[in-house]
Design a protein around this ligand. Structure first.
Ligand code: MG
Length: 386
């Protein structure tokens, strides 16, 4: 049985690696729809190679050029956020790979869950912003959410055959990023170019900055809470610079199960697509003899306050994790454009969370409340950049 894929964010890092797997297994996976934000040239090349039924571009100003470029092909060309929220519900689609960046992934993921599509989830911001709504909808519509994030895939793999009530602790590993050993003084002057030199993983620009500031790990704590139903107090972050142990689960009898491997995103992507099967691959193998040692350190919340802010956002709950994400999207972009210092990012996020918590807190937000909070938090964070 060939599975039809809809890939949201097909031109990004996860999207292109998903297409590598389709290339390797054309008898198992077919590309039904591809969607990109604004990388039109890559999107056109993908359409010509994979012959999808639908090609979608989020940035509506690129709709006409895209349509013109694909005029000779029998393909539907759609544009805009509404189109992306609609394409995921098409009856022929089996799996939606949610690999858009940031808050923009929320709405199409909700629509895909409502339509009962299997979700291969790479867009962790969706769970950070609205984890409760997403999980309730997934239960209601019997929609499996399979993690693509390497750590969560490792936890998921460690939990196969286990009872989730027997989890004592989740051990979430972090590489520590390029500034793991930097002093606060050094971190004050680092630039986006410094942060983009990630030691182990090759990722998109936004997540690479989140990784350097450890906001990515904070998001992953929240993501793990929602995916596995474990309170954040039972999720321990371990800095593991070699990125070989991709994460682990400690059970109530003291046993620890982990998943190890070379750092290569194609493995967790492929597992999300093939679960419960494993497919052969030629991805690089981790050579355990070549590894001198595997080390684990406690994270330093003083130098990396974002991790603490993520735990705080979850303790406060309601619309505060949504605020955390919105403020982070603003400062992450500003840092990449040289308009915000590295340490200043955390200060602005903390300030925004405090403002929303004091004046605009909502304990049980609806989807519309999340949309409002996202806008409000962005506005507050923007005022701090001037
Ligand atoms: Mg990860």
């Amino acid at each position: 049985m060939v599975k039809n894929l809809c890939i949201l964010g097909s031109t990004g890092s996860i999207g292109t690696q998903t297409l590598d797997i389709v290339r390797a297994y054309p008898d198992r996976y077919s590309v039904y729809a591809i969607c990109a934000h604004r990388s039109i040239d890559k999107l056109i090349a993908q359409a010509r190679e994979f012959h999808p039924e639908v090609v979608c571009i989020a940035d509506e100003s690129l709709y006409e050029p895209l349509k013109a470029a694909l005029a000779d092909m029998p393909v539907k060309v759609w544009g805009g956020a509404d189109a992306i929220a609609e394409v995921v519900t098409m009856p022929s689609i089996d799996i939606v790979v949610a690999a858009m960046v940031g808050y923009a992934g929320l709405r199409p993921t909700i629509e895909a869950i409502k339509a009962g599509k299997t979700i291969a989830l790479a867009n962790k911001e969706t769970l950070v912003v609205a984890g409760e709504i997403i999980c309730d909808l997934a239960v209601k519509h019997h929609t499996p959410i399979l993690p693509v994030d390497s750590e969560h895939s490792a936890i998921f793999q460690s939990l196969v055959g286990e009872d989730r009530s027997e989890i004592e602790k989740i051990l979430l590993t972090a590489s520590g990023g390029p500034f793991r050993t930097f002093s606060l003084e050094q971190m004050r002057t680092v630039t986006a170019a410094d942060a983009l030199k990630h030691p182990n993983w090759d990722m998109g620009a936004k997540i690479t900055i989140d990784s350097a500031s450890m906001m990515n790990k904070g998001f992953e704590v929240i993501e793990a809470k929602w995916l596995f139903g474990v309170p954040v107090e039972k999720i321990q972050v371990l800095v593991h610079p070699q990125s070989i142990v991709h994460s682990a689960v400690q059970f109530t009898d003291g046993a620890i199960k982990a998943q190890l491997g070379a750092p290569d995103m194609r493995l967790p992507i492929q597992y999300a697509l093939s679960f419960p099967e494993r497919l052969k691959s030629d991805f690089p193998r981790a050579d355990l003899f070549a590894l001198k040692d595997l080390t684990f350190e406690e994270p330093d919340l003083h130098r990396f306050p974002n991790l603490g802010l993520a735990y705080e956002a979850m303790r406060k709950g309601g619309n505060i994790p949504c605020t955390l994400n919105a403020a982070n999207e603003v400062v992450n972009e500003a840092f990449r454009q040289g308009r915000c210092g590295f340490l200043q990012m955390s200060d602005i996020i903390a300030y925004t969370m405090e403002q929303v918590h004091t004046h605009h807190f909502i304990q049980t937000p609806s989807y519309e409340n999340y949309v409002e909070t996202d806008q409000l938090a962005r506005t507050i964070a923007q005022t701090q950049l001037q």
